[in-house]
Design a protein around this ligand. Structure first.
Ligand SMILES: NC(=O)c1ccc[n+]([C@@H]2O[C@H](COP(=O)([O-])OP(=O)(O)OC[C@H]3O[C@@H](n4cnc5c(N)ncnc54)[C@H](O)[C@@H]3O)[C@@H](O)[C@H]2O)c1
Ligand SMILES: [Fe+2]
Length: 387
């Protein structure tokens, strides 16, 4: 845990939460003087009727020039960002509103900083490579989730390099994040499960991060408590508004925590599974969670005591018992939402593991946050345990 250096807590400039928060969109746009929004979404969200509802609400509020871009693939590619920017320019839009899961929000965040730039998109990758954002940006998540509405990163797939790459810049922190649980009601169970476990991974990894702070730790732990209490219910009863609201808040809290403390080896080892074998972000994280945590517990057993308590253990739980308790809770939760327990259940040959380990060991941006240092041999051993 970091205690000595000065830190800035990063989040969206304004944060709206609670049931029906989505009804505030027109008002928030007005505050930003946004009159010709580009709504960035994807087909699943569109087909669920969310875009039609939001567009009708905007029309009713007097906003009539609404352009919709919903041609987003899950796990957005660079070409999609190019196409989205073209539409933004062609329609003379003056602001960007993301309505969707992490894929739509990451696309929108990239377009928001790319729209006013003349350089090729590839030059924006890495840390602090973007110029000041010229257009207002509002994010409304429809999954619970990625927490992308409060983070300064956009993750895009470079299909040629078979890699996922990040644009990292505070310029992508939205002007407004509207975390409205009603937008997640139509989320299919499989997406509820994978994105819910992604939020759990954000919470756990940010708590164990070397860069966790007094501000991020309470969010991490509160998110774990909420996910433990509500994920299975949201999965089994998609219309349960209480469970959806708890999950939406948990996802936001986990986003605030990892947006400042970072995530670690689970995400680093999940990346190549997404890049090469197209497992979804949530699924690849879910399948790596327990194997990585089995390694991490040896590095910081006392940190697992607080994690265990967040997962429901008695306050008296011992350091010796905490690690196993946490691992078992994670396994039970993943199984309850039907996440496959092993890598072999996906279409990945065992012979690919050394190559995956090589790729994951290159994700130093995340590995440096992890409480335990992992060599390429360690990483391969973890993949073998996960297989
Ligand atoms: N920037 C960040 O901080 C950050 C953090 C974590 C993950 N991510 C990225 O987020 C992406 C994954 O996002 P995700 O897990 O939210 O999934 P997603 O955005 O890829 O959506 C998954 C599927 O669910 C559907 N869907 C989403 N919401 C729905 C709703 N309310 N009703 C009906 N269908 C709905 C979509 O149409 C899509 O088919 C990955 O690309 C990942 O890299 C970004
Ligand atoms: Fe994630």
């Amino acid at each position: 845990m970091s205690t000595s250096t000065v830190q800035t807590f990063k989040t969206a400039r304004r944060l709206l939460t609670g049931a029906h928060a989505s009804h505030q969109l027109a008002h928030e746009m007005q505050l930003l003087a946004m009159q010709r929004p580009l709504l960035v979404s994807d087909r699943g969200v569109s087909e669920a009727g969310i875009i039609a509802t939001v567009t009708a609400q905007l029309n009713q509020a007097g906003v009539h020039q609404v352009t919709v871009f919903d041609a987003i693939s899950a796990e957005p590619e660079m070409a999609v960002v190019e196409a989205c920017r073209e539409l933004f320019v062609a329609e003379g839009c003056d602001g960007i509103v993301a309505i969707g899961g992490g894929s739509a929000m990451d696309t929108a965040k990239a377009v928001a900083v790319y729209a006013g730039d003349t350089r090729p998109l590839a030059e924006l990758f890495g840390e602090d490579q973007v110029k000041p954002r010229q257009y207002p940006l509002i994010c409304l998540p429809t999954t619970a989730g990625t927490g992308s509405e409060v983070t300064n990163i956009s993750i895009l797939a470079d299909t040629q390099a078979q890699l996922k790459k990040g644009i990292v810049s505070n310029e992508m922190l939205p002007d407004v994040a509207i975390v409205a649980p009603e937008l997640t009601l139509s989320c299919p169970p499989g997406v509820t499960a994978a994105s819910g476990i992604d939020a759990l991974v954000h919470a756990v990894e940010s708590y164990l991060s070397r860069f966790a702070t007094a501000l991020t730790e309470p969010y991490s732990l509160a998110a774990i408590r909420k996910i433990k209490a509500s994920l299975v219910q949201a999965y089994q009863e998609p219309d349960n508004m209480v469970a959806r609201e708890e999950m939406a808040t948990a996802s936001l809290m986990a986003g605030l925590a990892f947006g400042n403390a970072g995530v670690g080896a689970v995400h680093a080892l999940a990346y190549p599974l997404g890049g090469r074998y197209h497992l979804s972000h949530g699924m690849s994280n879910a399948v790596m969670l327990v194997p990585v945590m089995r390694w991490n517990q040896a590095a910081c057993p006392e940190r697992f005591v607080e994690l265990a308590k967040a997962f429901g253990a008695a306050d008296s739980i011992s350091v010796e018992a905490a690690g196993d308790y946490v691992l078992q809770q994670m396994q039970v939760l993943c199984a309850a939402v039907n996440i496959p327990a092993q890598l072999r259940e996906f279409d990945i040959p065992e012979s690919a593991l050394p190559e995956l380990a090589e790729a994951a060991s290159g994700v130093t941006r995340l590995l440096r946050n992890n409480p335990r240092e992992l060599s390429v041999q360690d990483i391969e051993a973890i993949y073998r345990e996960a297989y």
